[in-house]
Design a binder for this molecule. Structure first.
Ligand SMILES: C[S@@+](CC[C@H](N)C(=O)[O-])C[C@H]1O[C@@H](n2cnc3c(N)ncnc32)[C@H](O)[C@@H]1O
Length: 354
């Protein structure tokens, strides 16, 4: 018992030290500037956010979206596209039994923000700028419960509608925030805002609330909820090279339960995303050493198909799936999985690690 207490204290000490170091590095990176959003690290506000992205403003927006997540009595997966400093995903990760996936490429402090949040074990960061093709591939092989696209669709400019349609195929509940008016003419994609707002409503988008726009507080931004009809996967893994392998894997999901139908079996769906998708989309948090440890932790000699694409990333931990057919003997699969974790991919392209 005493040994266990000492071990636990040592672990807490190490985690604290790791968080402090990441926080120091984050502060150094920010210099005298505030972070993009309010930044919360292990429950404490460490930056109030630039522009008007204050704790009050971020809290107001979060509370408009939270009732959708409150509906879940099961664990779920959230994807925040264009997450910037990650306020919304990180708050959700602290409040819910979810895996919170952030996709962003233009805000490098996010890596340190994830590293500093050592109290959370359910954060994932894809260090990627997505295009429409990537969103479509993602919707073909992953199914998210909540997708946040906050002030990001108009960044796709003339491709805004293709982006909206691809977002609607990513999962069940799409939360969109978008400016309403085109008053700030210099803003990227602003000439599409009226069309975008109309298109969201045409697709069944319900206005959850209106908030002052982050960059120009006099203009409103709307937060919509779109319930998406898409309920199937085409691939069981991110597959950019083999369209002939496309199939139909129906997804059955509600706020209490989630299953995938595959080869006549009804399989329980686990929260998180495929570790293979994480690698292909340049996932950088959790770090490779953390992932290697979690892979070694779940490895068993008698697995029949231990491979990177049969591992579900839930944050700092992975879970093993699909071990009922002999494809990759365990030892070889473990070696290849560890090797694949080392590869630095061109985001969106298949990894060739053989
Ligand atoms: C206006 S900011 C909004 C940040 C945050 N979602 C919010 O509403 O508070 C738009 C963010 O989307 C990111 N972004 C724009 N296009 C993107 C793309 N194609 N893929 C990923 N992120 C993108 C930008 O880097 C930026 O951080």
């Amino acid at each position: 018992m005493r040994q266990y207490s000492i071990f636990l204290l040592a672990l807490i000490f190490c985690m604290q030290a790791e968080s402090n170091m990441a926080l120091k590095e984050l502060q150094k990176m920010l210099g005298r500037r505030q972070a993009y959003h309010t930044v919360i690290v292990n429950g404490k506000i460490v930056s109030r956010g630039e522009f008007n992205m204050t704790p009050e403003h971020c809290n107001l927006r979060y509370n408009i979206m939270k009732p959708i997540m409150d509906k879940y009595s099961r664990s779920f997966t959230l994807l925040d596209i264009g997450s910037a400093a990650g306020y919304f995903a990180i708050r959700s990760a602290a409040d819910f039994d979810c895996t919170a996936v952030m996709m962003e490429q233009n805000y490098q402090p996010l890596q340190k923000i994830c590293e500093a949040n050592t109290d959370l074990n359910n954060l994932v960061f894809l260090n990627t700028r997505c295009d429409v093709k990537m969103l479509r591939c993602l919707g073909d092989c992953e199914h998210f419960d909540v997708i946040m696209a906050l002030n990001v669709i108009h960044h796709f400019e003339e491709k805004w509608e293709a982006c909206l349609d691809a977002l609607m195929k990513l999962g069940d509940n799409l939360l969109i925030e978008t400016p309403v008016k085109t008053t700030t003419g210099s803003v990227i994609g602003s000439k599409y805002l009226t069309q975008l707002n109309n298109a969201i409503q045409k697709r069944g988008g319900v206005i959850l609330g209106e908030v002052p726009r982050w960059s120009s507080p006099k203009d409103p931004a709307r937060i919509y909820h779109v319930k998406c009809p898409s309920k199937k996967l085409r691939y069981t893994r991110y597959d950019t090279v083999n369209p002939s392998a496309a199939r139909n894997y129906p997804i059955e999901s509600n706020y209490e339960e989630k299953f995938m139908h595959k080869k006549g079996q009804k399989l329980e769906w686990l929260k998180g995303m495929n570790l293979w998708t994480f690698k292909i989309l340049n996932g950088t948090f959790p770090s490779t050493p953390v992932l290697k440890k979690s892979v070694l932790d779940v490895f068993k000699d008698d697995y029949k198909d231990f491979m990177i694409w049969n591992l579900i990333l839930q944050g700092n931990e992975v879970k093993v799936i699909d071990q009922d057919e002999d494809w990759h003997p365990s030892a070889r699969g473990l070696k290849d999985t560890l090797k694949a974790l080392e590869v630095k991919p061109k985001p969106g392209s298949a990894i060739n690690f053989y």
